[in-house]
Design a protein around this ligand. Structure first.
Ligand SMILES: [Cu+2]
Length: 117
């Protein structure tokens, strides 16, 4: 018991630091998404659903995380993303046609694309 204690304290501190860092790294507070057309992406275990999404320009993609696993959304070109802890919302309105690839930096292979047309 006594030997376990420092480790669990370290774990809690690390977790708090990660949460603080992730929140601080977010480029803008992700509050309520804007009105207008939107498309949902949800996390399911360690995948994004749908993994590949096609939308018309002007659509807001809204990522939510109903799992209790910490995720994030990090675009390859850093144009969108944010911390996606349980209950967090990340959204981005795509205005320019193209293919946008993003990953979850926490989980190897957890990625998705948004194709805007
Ligand atoms: Cu993840």
């Amino acid at each position: 018991m006594v030997t376990m204690r420092p480790r669990s304290v370290v774990r809690v501190v690390l977790f708090a630091a990660i949460v603080a860092l992730a929140g601080g790294a977010c480029s803008s507070p992700q509050g309520t998404p804007p009105p207008g057309p939107s498309a949902p992406v949800v996390t399911n275990s360690v995948v994004f659903l749908p993994k590949d999404l096609a939308i018309p320009a002007g659509t807001t993609v809204i990522w939510t995380n109903p799992t209790n696993i910490y995720h994030d959304v990090t675009s390859d070109d850093a144009s969108f993303g944010g911390s996606l802890g349980q209950g967090n919302v990340v959204w981005h309105t795509f205005t320019k046609p193209g293919t946008y690839h993003y990953v979850c930096t926490v989980h190897d292979g957890m990625s998705g694309t948004v194709t805007v047309h």
